[in-house]
Design a binder for this molecule. Sequence first.
Ligand SMILES: Nc1ncnc2c1ncn2[C@@H]1O[C@H](COP(=O)(O)OP(=O)(O)OP(=O)(O)O)[C@@H](O)[C@H]1O
Length: 263
Amino acid sequence: MTLLSVSELSVATRDGLPLLHTLSFDLAAGERLGLIGESGSGKSLTAFAVTGLLPTGLVSTGSVLLAGTQVIGAAERSLVPLRGRVAAVVFQDPLTALDPLMRLGDQVAEPLRRHQGLRGAQLRAGIVAALAEVSLPDPERIASAYPHEISGGQRQRVAIAIALACRPELLIADEPTTALDVTVQADVLDLLDRIVAERGMALLFVSHDLAVVARMTDRVIVLRAGVAVERGTLTALLSAPQHPYTAELVRSARTLDHALDIS
Ligand SMILES: Nc1ncnc2c1ncn2[C@@H]1O[C@H](COP(=O)(O)OP(=O)(O)OP(=O)(O)O)[C@@H](O)[C@H]1O
């Protein structure tokens, strides 16, 4: 079943400056797709557009069918039930997803209460289970802490726990580890990989880092200045990039990371 069907999606500013040009792709349940490109190539705009979360001042055209619902031009109220339940987003900076003045347990509780109807002891157990699932040590302590009292990597794990709380069918991860130290980055990628596989979720993984995308997906779209310049399996892309921009991405990633030398 096609979970996300994007057809000729374009995004422009209100005064007509094009930012994303006629992007098309499909994502079936349980499938993974990477979006790669340098800063400003339109990766985040794509992630926002498919969930109907584009900043005001930007206009999208084309078609985005998320679990059969047309997102482009949809009223906000018809998208609310899709967010969290069908598609959830994890952003680069976990602080965007977290309220600094609220205990973490209460923040995890909110979607569990709203979407799963948990209350009382069941809700408390659900909070601890959600924090334990993202491999946070001592989930009871984390639940009573505030965001500033835990590390950046732990904050991203809590943000992931919140995104997963409604059991979404699709996880959109927009540079989820870019703000983290390299060692923490690897742990968070392992965690995402494990949970996406265990739950059979679809994954749209956005990153400027080819090595990171290669770790998480096997099919990618290369975006450059809002245009999809190449698409295919990572193996094909790494061994025989067709577009000069892709070749350059592969070359610079190889310089940084010899682990990509798989050909
Ligand atoms: N609200 C906005 N108004 C006007 N232009 C915008 C807006 N948001 C993004 N853009 C422009 O759209 C283009 C694509 O931005 P986008 O955030 O999707 O890039 P990106 O590939 O995700 O890069 P990064 O990794 O740096 O976030 C950029 O040129 C950016 O300046």
